[in-house]
Design a protein around this ligand. Sequence first.
Ligand SMILES: Cc1cc2nc3c(=O)[nH]c(=O)nc-3n(C[C@H](O)[C@H](O)[C@H](O)COP(=O)(O)OP(=O)(O)OC[C@H]3O[C@@H](n4cnc5c(N)ncnc54)[C@H](O)[C@@H]3O)c2cc1C
Length: 403
Amino acid sequence: MTSARADVLIIGGGVAGLWARAALRRSGWSVILSEPRALGAGQTAASQGILHRGVKYALSADAREASNSLASAQADWRGALGLLEHETAPMIDLRGTEILSRRMHLWASGFLEKATGVGASLSMRSEVRRLARPDYPPAFRESPQGLALWEVDELSVSASSLVERLADAADGPVVHARTGGQPTWAGSTHSNTVCLRGDGGRACDITASAVVLAAGEGNEGLLGGLGGEGIMQRRPLHMVIADGAPVPLFAHLPRPGSDKPRLTITSARTFRGWCWYIGGDVAETGVARSREEQINFAKRELSETLGWIDLSPARWSAFRIDRAEGRTEAGRRPDGPVVRRFGRVLAVWPTKLALAPIAARMIQEQLRELGVVPGVGACENLAGWPRPPVAQPPWNDPELVWT
Ligand SMILES: Cc1cc2nc3c(=O)[nH]c(=O)nc-3n(C[C@H](O)[C@H](O)[C@H](O)COP(=O)(O)OP(=O)(O)OC[C@H]3O[C@@H](n4cnc5c(N)ncnc54)[C@H](O)[C@@H]3O)c2cc1C
């Protein structure tokens, strides 16, 4: 058994852990990050990769706060991706991340637009533009007359490419390791020692001034010995994939008065054409449906709302995944990231991929409050440990069943 020291040990290599690591390294903290599976292997790789600006939430009166926190993370993302007008060296350099689309579209039938005023609500957002038919993207060129279409500068990124760039955006150990047994946590005045175990019988005791639990739904188990029971919630989804669409689509179909779009669709190139990744309300309500029922329901939704696009050559799949978040009283989505402190252990749930920069700032604030100052140098003892692989998107999962 070897041992190593660091200012901060981060457990979990999804977007929350990786962004926090890059931000902490930039401010001088020494950091070890451990990941037992693959980087991004939880919700991050399964996410739709939309760096929301909060427009879809602005349609609902009780989601304004969520909308504001998303809007405030935009500068971090655009800076990191090198997309700001006056380019300076980014704080966290994610240039080279694959940007799948620079804009999301929002569509409504002419009838719905008139009946509900959805267009009026959208027009109040300066970043939303109504499109004239000659400017329609390929997916909407054959749409019936009377359709209303808007666009917003909302980025969609490839989650696996983002994870790869984030892992390279800072130096210091990122190790393929699990925590050995239930760690015993120290109180608020002492450092914690956590045993990491890797392949080939590797083991190392890490002593860190603070530990950040960024393990998504894995936080629940890790919090067991800390009195953190019941502070996490899961919100399940039943996502649908249609591989073989003729055109790409990055779009929300808003549901007036609701912060949950009826459909949210992003796309990736595959050898069959375009793979549509389908979420939104269809995925939330689909939790009660079997896989077959869910695919059939999604097909009906798409034929009703995008009936001019021929999806007959596509193969279909569906899979279940939970969103892990800080608990709210009504079980609703929290308005922003949640960071909870237990002595020198912080548990983080960013709530959204897009909110990872804000979650990282909250972690830094809490570390300062705890008096954890940058101090310890590099952690040489972990130099020979392998780095975890990067998780693949759901449609590349060899175990996915296709219909
Ligand atoms: C289907 C879906 C679509 C989404 N789409 C979007 C979107 O378009 N835009 C957006 O902003 N947000 C989206 N989200 C939300 C977003 O994906 C999550 O908020 C975010 O990825 C959470 O990141 P995380 O790092 O906290 O957790 P995760 O990504 O789940 O990462 C946790 C990591 O910890 C590791 N781990 C687990 N247990 C342990 C353990 N015991 N010890 C050590 N490590 C452990 C896991 O292997 C994993 O790598 C979506 C979520 C889902 C499920």
